[in-house]
Write a protein that binds this ligand. Structure first.
Ligand SMILES: *Cc1c(COP(=O)(O)O)cnc(C)c1O
Length: 405
């Protein structure tokens, strides 16, 4: 199947709209992706036709909703090649998934244990571990990166020891686009019997992942960055690890039996799914995965790489422009600054021309500190973006530069 971006764009109603009188150019995909009509329709369909609570009722609607919701779990399992569907825990998103694991390990770690994170983590993959260290007396170590925004693997080797219990790293950096060598990171951690959690929030809509092949222990992501709705995501964990982890929240759905003497917990995945979940969100997440798979993650990846190369080359023609994150292995994210101009001012001017980019620290302040900058302008592309949009963006950047310098 050939990749027809114009045809794909018709699936996304929002791409038809104008912003400030100009056709919308949406280059903030690393913050959240847009949604195809089929995903939006699946939410309306649930509420219009079979809205009901799941896993509880014997009545027809409840059965129907449960079946579709559980089918979505299986879609996630198959998409990422997890061994069992009960290893997929529905969450409200990446942050929630990380917190389930961090909170569980607060009961399992002891003083002097070590946790390793990378220098390019999102705040949501730093703060929970700092809280965990404070609580347990474990020590946080950081894998540094080089000027290209690539992790220095020899330093990782030096940090690993028999004290290492956990390693947390993102698959792709949201601020730089760097794809981290997670297979190697996992292999090395396992030599010391340490467990690895990969934050895949930024990876899943751009590159494919095979959990069993990676031998990853925990993997988290959010639907909203993969054409699905906000408020839903998943935590994958190997079943023996999830079984050993204490539950995160108490409530309905996560119990086997409750008496005032003692409560026994439900089996996976329900042990971690207390309360009524985001049912329509889970269902729509499944539809989003079907949509992405119909196009193909590999086709998406190669088209986005074309956009990345094209935009990188055009941007570097602008004098005084510096790109952060220049490693060979990256997704279609470009973080940059222009000499003497604050990123926020550039973002404001291009917005007036209908172009949505992100400016600021991108929830990754340690990266900004490393490069000694207040923030960057970040353009992040998706498979529904075009070279024409990039041309418009380049013109807008040139205009902003002229006005601001
Ligand atoms: C977006 C993002 C998160 C946070 O995801 P939420 O959906 O806000 O929970 C975490 N890590 C990375 C790398 C991200 O890009």
């Amino acid at each position: 199947m050939s990749f027809d971006v114009q045809k794909i764009r018709l699936d996304f109603p929002i791409l038809q709209r104008k912003v400030n009188g100009y056709p919308l150019v949406y280059f903030d995909n690393a913050a959240t992706s847009q949604k195809p009509q089929i995903v939006i329709d699946s939410i309306v369909d649930y509420y219009s036709n079979y809205n009901s609570n799941i896993h509880r009722g014997v009545h027809a609607l409840s059965q129907e909703a449960t079946d579709v919701y559980e089918l979505a779990r299986k879609k996630i399992q198959h998409h990422f090649n997890a061994k069992h569907s009960h290893e997929i825990i529905f969450t409200s998103g990446t942050t929630h998934g990380i917190n389930i694991v961090a909170s569980g390990y607060s009961k399992l770690l002891k003083k002097g244990d070590e946790i390793i994170v990378s220098a390019m983590e999102h705040h949501s993959n730093i703060v929970p571990w700092q809280m965990l260290c404070e609580e347990t007396g474990a020590v946080l170590k950081v894998i540094p990166m080089n000027e290209e925004g690539v992790l220095i693997m020899s330093e990782y080797d030096n940090l690993l020891s028999s004290k290492t219990k956990l390693v947390f790293v993102n698959h792709v950096s949201n601020a730089l686009g760097t794809i981290n060598p997670i297979k190697e990171i996992i292999e090395k951690a396992h030599q010391y019997d340490a467990k690895v959690l990969v934050d895949g929030a930024q990876a899943c809509s751009h590159i494919s992942s095979n959990f069993q092949d990676l031998d990853v222990d925990f993997y988290v992501a959010s639907a909203h960055k993969m054409c699905g709705p906000t408020g839903v995501g998943f935590l994958y964990g190997k079943s023996d690890l999830l079984n050993d982890l204490p539950p995160y929240q108490g409530g309905g759905e996560m119990i086997k039996e409750v008496t005032f003497k003692k409560t026994t917990y439900a089996d996976l995945p329900h042990k971690f799914e207390a309360g009524t979940p985001n049912i329509s969100g889970g269902i729509a997440f499944g539809v989003a995965l079907d949509y992405l798979n119909a196009i193909g993650i590999d086709a998406i990846n190669s088209f986005e790489n074309e956009l990345l190369d094209y935009a990188t080359q055009k941007l570097l023609e602008i004098e005084g422009l510096k790109i952060y994150g220049t490693g060979k292995n990256k997704t279609a994210v470009i973080s940059f600054n222009i000499d003497g101009i604050h990123p926020y001012d550039i973002g404001t001017i291009v917005d007036k021309l209908g172009i949505a980019v992100r400016t600021g620290h991108h929830c990754a302040q340690p990266i900004m500190e490393f490069f000694k900058i207040p923030g960057t302008v970040r353009a992040s592309f998706a498979f529904y973006n075009t070279k024409t949009e990039i041309d418009n963006f380049i013109e807008a950047i040139k205009k902003a530069k002229m006005m601001l310098s």
